[in-house]
Design a protein around this ligand. Structure first.
Ligand code: UD1
Length: 421
């Protein structure tokens, strides 16, 4: 199994190009199931999660071809023949549940394995199911699978989410595009990836209004057509690299980044004493003093502080001046990186969903274990700020969500290398 060695070597300078958004792309790929005509996604990221979604779509009869080193995905839902998403693929990635709504809308039936829990929490799919039921689907849970049917097609309806779930909003939006009549989604998630999915679906002929607000209206149509869509920039990759100067000094320009994709996050960087400046090509970040200031951060649904940047922010808090408090409100078990950061000399006390981080002068390199995708990124960031070598094991988590992370960091001067094992 590969590992990554990071050796802290002081300030880093240069530019990092931000890839297309993993989460946006994972939501847009299943949209190909809605149409007989081809859907092309440009600016796709080259990641293992995208390969898993490719495998899943192919298993359903879709054609998927990847060009320009994974940058362009051309898909066709012309011959969707199968309606069963099997456990062996679904278990690899929770976003697989996003094929449920499109399959049901297009074929009137779908059988999708339940994704199950994951290390960061139970992560049920009840909200996805509730939304599809409101659109007239009959659902049954049996042998670890969701059996869904809508013999006469789905019909528009009112969905009132008790919680603004990103995935459930995406599933409901896609299903509603081919339902008879109008659908209203209340308390919908407002994330930029939802907006990007709405744009992609509109390019395919869907009638959607209100994305980016908590109420989305969809008018169903008989069929969607082919389209070409450019995937938005990855705001989580952007946020991860924007933390680099806070950890080890220097100046990084993230090409293709926009502060408006992560306003709450950028405000926290400024509060910590980091300069954040929009440039023609992206966003430039540098540290004002020798140390960042301590912060209080609470993760919330968009437009609040994103849970997907919580672990990386904790890495920076470890070396801040004073005591920071980090409250995780989206997932119940998302502090596994804390014990690994403690192995590197951090002072962190976790009580339930709250972590108190007392800044230390310096972290020390250590062998650490990556437990999930964003936790792995936080350990790489911590390694950049530590003395000596940090060996991050189980890096396959990183490859799910960060394209060539070691190459991008090496290009700005980091001492980082992948070791195959
Ligand atoms: C998406 C992102 C993930 C991000 C998360 C929150 C993708 C592929 N993944 O995940 O990176 O961390 O949004 O911003 O886009 N919940 C339920 N029932 C449901 C669905 C969700 O209780 O049916 C709960 C979850 O357990 C969790 C919370 O809602 O506690 C947030 O989940 P949700 O917004 O659905 O996240 P995902 O779409 O899974």
């Amino acid at each position: 199994m590969d590992s990554i060695r990071v050796t802290g070597n002081g300030p880093l300078y240069g530019t990092i190009t931000i890839a297309g958004s993993k989460n946006a792309c994972l939501a847009q790929m299943p949209a190909t199931l809605l149409s007989e005509e081809p859907l092309t996604l440009t600016n796709a990221p080259n990641l293992s999660d995208i390969k898993t979604m490719t495998e899943l779509l192919r298993s359903l009869g879709a054609e998927v071809s990847s060009m320009q080193n994974g940058r362009v995905l051309t898909m066709s839902g012309h011959d969707i023949g199968k309606h069963v998403a099997v456990y062996d693929i679904v278990r690899k990635m929770r976003a697989s549940i996003l094929v449920l709504g499109p399959l049901l809308a297009r074929l009137g039936r779908a059988v999708v394995s339940l994704p199950g829990g994951c290390v960061i929490g139970a992560r049920p799919v009840d909200l996805h199911l509730m939304a599809l039921e409101a659109l007239g689907a009959k659902l049954e849970l049996r042998d670890g699978y969701v059996y869904a049917s809508a013999k006469n097609g789905l019909s528009g309806g009112l969905v009132e989410f008790p919680f603004a779930s990103v995935g459930a909003t995406e599933n409901a939006m896609m299903a509603a595009t081919l339902a008879r009549g109008s659908t209203i989604l209340k308390n919908a998630a407002r994330d930029p990836e939802i907006v990007d999915l709405a744009i992609c679906l509109r390019e395919m002929g869907a009638k959607i209004k209100g994305e980016g607000t908590s109420e989305i209206a969809i008018e169903g149509t008989d069929r969607l057509h082919g389209a070409t869509h450019s995937v938005m920039a990855d705001r989580i990759e952007m946020g991860t690299y924007m933390l680099v100067p806070g950890l080890c000094g220097g100046e990084i320009e993230c090409i293709g980044a926009k502060t408006t994709l992560a306003t709450a996050f950028c405000e926290k960087l400024s509060e910590a004493g980091i300069n954040v400046e929009e440039t023609k090509k992206g966003v430039k970040v540098s540290r004002k003093g020798d140390h960042v200031k301590a912060l209080n951060v609470v993760t919330e649904t968009y437009p609040g502080f994103p849970t997907d940047l919580q672990a990386q922010m904790m890495a920076m808090m470890c070396i801040a001046n004073g005591e920071s408090v980090l409250e995780e409100k989206i997932f119940e078990n998302r502090f596994m990186h804390a014990s690994e950061l403690i192995r590197m000399g951090a002072s962190i006390n976790v009580q339930g969903g709250t972590a108190t981080v007392a800044g230390v002068k310096k972290l020390k390199g250590a062998p650490v274990m990556a437990t999930d995708l964003r936790a792995s990124a936080s350990l790489i960031l911590a390694g950049l700020a530590a003395t000596g070598d940090t060996i991050v094991n189980r890096v396959y988590h990183l490859d799910r969500g960060y394209e060539r992370i070691e190459e991008k960091l090496r290009n700005v001067g980091a001492l980082i290398e992948r070791m195959s094992g």
